[in-house]
Design a protein around this ligand. Structure first.
Ligand SMILES: Nc1ncnc2c1ncn2[C@@H]1O[C@H](COP(=O)(O)OP(=O)(O)OP(=O)(O)O)[C@@H](O)[C@H]1O
Ligand SMILES: [Mg+2]
Length: 252
């Protein structure tokens, strides 16, 4: 079933009634369990796309279906993780993960929290507060909180963007582990081409409201970021992005 976007249009009022189409007849089918990365220059509509799937925004036209059901509002079926973690500072790690769980029976929710604490490797941190966590740890708690609701789809908007290079590298590996362990469909936005090529089954390059490039990454995991085939994909997408940049310079 997965996620289907069918001829989606979304415009914003740019100034005094002039509409700017951020998504312009955008279509994409994402399979169940697929890992999709979305690339595109700043302002091209990546977050808009994610917010439409999350149900935070409404499209002007077209259909967005998750497992065959039209998206109408935000739902626990679609877990969202942002660039900056949005943990509650007054709750502990465990309470943050537990927050929003539909199951309110203490014993069951403890089991779920324990399961995700294990998955993100934060055993021993259950009773710590977010202020005492590093950025990478806090982001892992955010991922666990989204997963605890057992969503159909995990939507991630530059979730590793605020982390230092080493932590980011570790988190990429962790994320593949989590994805394999949970079989979730993941839609992941990033500015980093190597990150997209490392993570994704397929990479989408968004330009002018449409898909400019859509490529399956045909490299077995774990992927060696230094290999020739890896670099070929990186160069291809970087070229796609630079072409965009050239145009931006000419038109702006
Ligand atoms: N609520 C809004 N009202 C008006 N315009 C908006 C709104 N949200 C986004 N836009 C505009 O839509 C375009 C796409 O924004 P979006 O946030 O989706 O880009 P993005 O690709 O996520 O960029 P970045 O990489 O910088 O995060 C931008 O031109 C932005 O100014
Ligand atoms: Mg964005």
């Amino acid at each position: 079933m997965g996620v289907s976007l069918v001829r989606v249009f979304k415009a914003f009022d740019e100034c005094e009634g002039k509409l700017k189409y951020v998504l312009n007849d955008f279509s994409l089918d994402i399979e169940d369990g697929e890992f999709i990365c979305i690339l595109g220059k700043s302002g091209c509509g990546k977050s808009t796309l994610l917010n439409l799937i999350a149900g935070y925004l409404k499209s002007d036209n077209g259909n967005i279906l998750v497992n065959g059901k039209e998206v109408e509002a935000p739902s626990a079926e679609r877990g969202v993780v942002f660039q900056q973690h949005a943990l509650f500072p007054w709750y502990t790690v465990a309470q943050n993960i537990e927050f929003g769980l539909k199951i309110k029976k203490k014993r069951d929710s403890k089991k779920i929290v324990d399961k995700y604490i294990d998955l993100i490797g934060l055993q021993g941190y259950e009773n710590k507060y977010p202020s005492s966590l590093s950025g990478g740890m806090a982001q892992r708690v955010g991922i666990a909180r989204a997963l605890a609701n057992d969503p159909e789809v995990l939507l991630m908007d530059e979730p590793l963007g605020a982390l230092d290079a080493m932590t980011r590298d570790t988190m990429r590996k962790e994320l593949i582990k989590i994805w394999k362990a949970t079989n979730k469909t993941i839609i992941f936005i990033t500015h980093s081409v190597p990150e997209a090529v490392y993570l994704a089954d397929r990479v989408v390059l968004l330009k002018e409201g449409k898909i400019e490039m859509l490529e399956k990454i045909d490299i077995p995991r774990p992927r060696n970021t230094k290999s020739v085939e890896f670099m070929k994909y990186v160069e291809m997408f970087e070229k796609g992005l630079t072409d965009n940049l050239d145009e931006a310079v000419i038109t702006e």
